[in-house]
Design a protein around this ligand. Structure first.
Ligand code: FAD
Ligand code: NAP
Length: 334
C-alpha cells in the first residue's frame, strides 16, 4: 500500500559530514531512543542477531523515568516504579548483547540506501536499518508549581495516574479531544472533574463534546486559566483566573487533589522531518499495521508514531513490531 506522498529528500551535508567526521561506523540496526519502544526493539533485534546499537538520548529510560508507580504494565502484579521498570528493560536488552550508548541523534540523511545518522554532531553511523523510538513529550503550562508538584498531584496522563485519584476531585486543563477523553475517563473514577477551558468553546469533536456535556460530575470552567497550584504535601487546590485580561477578570480557587494537563504533545521528530512524512502535529506516519515509514529500512515505534494510545505497553508492542520489520527487511536485502 502506498500511503506516502513523494518527498523532495534533502542530502545537503551528508558528504560534508563524512569528510568532517572521518570514521564511519557501520551497523545493521540502529535504534534511537531508550523508552519502552526502543528497549523492546533492542531485545528483539539482539535476539535476532542484528547486533543492534541503541542511542539513549538525554532521557535514558524515557518518559517512565519521570513517574513513580506504574500499575498497568502486565507482569508486575504489585506495581513497579517507572525507573526500576526501565532499568529492567535495559538489563534485558543488554543480556542479549544490545550495545546501549549515551548520545543524541543530531541529524540524519535518509537519501541513500544506507541510512546516515549523526550522533552528538561528531559520530557518524551508517545503518542498514533504523528504528526511531524518540517518543512524544506532553506539553505543560510552564507554571513553577507544575514542577514543584510533579508526581505529587500533577500529571499529563489520566490513563496512567487516574486510578490514584479514585473518589477524589480533580481538574483537567484543555479543550481538545484529549482533554475531553481524559475528563470523561476520570469522571468514571473520581468524585468530581473540573474541565478548565481557556476559551468559551471546546476544540474537541462534537461527539466528544456531547460526552463531556452529558457527564454529570464534569463541570466545565469556561474562559478560565490556571495560574498556580497550592497544597502542603501535594496538590490541594488550584488558583485560576476567569476572563483574564478583560474588565470582568476575577480570581477563582478550586479544591482539587489532582491536576491533569491535556493541552497536547510534541512528538520528538524534528530531526527526521526533512525525510519522514509526519502528520500535522509531527507524529511520524507509518503504514497501518506495520512500523514502516515512507523510507525503506527506516521504522518508527512507540509514542513518536502514536497520537492515540501513548502507553508503555503499546510502545513496547510497536518496538517489537519494528524489530521484526527490520529483520525481515534485512532478510529481503540478502
Ligand atoms: P519515551 O518513553 O518517550 O522515550 C523516548 C526516548 O527517546 C527517550 O529515551 C529519549 O531520551 C529518546 N530520544 C528523544 N529524542 C532523541 C534523539 N534525538 N536522539 C536519541 N534519543 C532521543 N504509560 C503507561 O503505560 N503506564 C503508566 O503508568 C504511565 N505513566 C506515565 C507517567 C508519566 C509522568 C508520563 C510522562 C508518561 C506515562 N506513561 C505511562 C506513558 C509512557 O511513559 C509512554 O507511553 C512511553 O514511555 C512511550 O514510550 P516510547 O518508547 O515511545 O518513548
Ligand atoms: P489539541 O487538539 O491541540 O487541543 C489542545 C487543547 O489544549 C486546545 O483546546 C487548546 O486550547 C488547549 N491549550 C493549548 N495550550 C493551552 C494553554 N497554554 N492553556 C490552556 N489551554 C491550552 O490537542 P489534543 O486534544 O491532544 O489532540 C491532538 C490531536 O489528536 C487532535 O487532532 C485530536 O483530534 C486527536 N485526538 C483524537 C482523539 C479521538 O478521536 N478519540 C482523542 C485524543 C486526541 P484552544 O482550543 O484555545 O487552542
Amino acid at each position: 500500500m502506498d500511503i506516502f506522498k513523494p518527498m523532495d529528500l534533502q542530502s545537503e551535508d551528508a558528504g560534508d559530514k563524512e569528510k568532517e567526521i572521518g570514521n564511519v561506523e557501520k551497523v545493521r540496526c540502529l535504534i534511537i531512543g531508550s523508552g519502552p519502544a526502543g528497549y523492546t526493539a533492542a531485545i528483539y533485534a539482539a535476539r535476532a542477531n542484528l547486533n543492534p546499537v541503541l542511542y539513549t538520548g538525554l532521557e535514558m529510560g524515557g518518559q517512565l523515568t519521570t513517574t513513580t508507580e506504574v500499575e498497568n504494565y502486565p507482569g508486575y502484579p504489585d506495581g513497579v516504579t517507572g525507573p526500576v521498570m526501565m532499568e529492567e528493560f535495559k538489563r534485558q536488552a543488554e543480556r542479549f548483547g544490545a550495545d546501549i550508548r549515551f548520545g543524541i541523534a543530531t541529524s540524519v540523511d535518509f537519501s541513500g540506501k544506507k541510512h546516515k545518522v549523526t550522533i552528538d554532531d561528531n559520530i557518524l553511523i551508517e545503518a542498514d536499518t533504523v528504528i526511531i523510538a524518540t517518543g512524544a513529550t506532553a506539553k505543560y503550562l510552564g507554571l513553577e508549581a507544575e514542577a514543584k508538584y510533579a508526581g505529587m498531584g500533577v500529571s499529563a496522563c489520566a490513563t496512567c495516574d487516574g486510578f490514584f485519584y479514585k473518589g477524589k476531585d480533580v481538574a483537567v486543563v484543555g479543550g481538545g479531544d484529549t482533554a475531553a477523553e481524559e475528563a470523561t475517563y476520570l469522571a468514571g473514577l473520581c468524585n468530581k472533574v473540573y474541565l478548565i477551558v481557556r476559551r468559551n468553546v471546546l476544540r474537541a469533536s462534537k461527539v466528544m463534546q456531547d460526552r463531556v456535556m452529558n457527564t454529570k460530575n464534569i463541570e466545565i470552567l469556561w474562559e478560565h486559566q490556571a495560574v498556580d497550584l497550592f497544597g502542603e504535601n501535594g496538590v490541594e487546590g488550584a488558583s485560576l483566573v476567569r476572563k483574564k485580561g478583560t474588565p470582568e477578570e476575577e480570581n477563582v480557587r478550586i479544591r482539587i487533589d489532582g491536576f491533569f494537563l491535556a493541552i497536547g504533545h510534541t512528538p520528538n521528530s524534528e530531526v527526521f522531518r526533512d525525510y519522514l512524512e509526519t502528520d500535522q502535529v509531527g507524529y511520524i506516519k507509518t503504514v497501518p499495521g506495520t512500523s514502516k515509514t515512507n523510507i525503506p529500512g527506516v521504522f518508527a515505534a512507540g509514542d513518536i508514531q502514536d497520537p492515540h494510545y501513548r502507553q508503555a505497553v503499546t510502545a513496547a508492542g510497536s518496538g517489537c513490531m519494528a524489530a521484526i520489520d527490520a529483520e525481515r527487511y534485512l532478510a529481503d536485502m540478502g
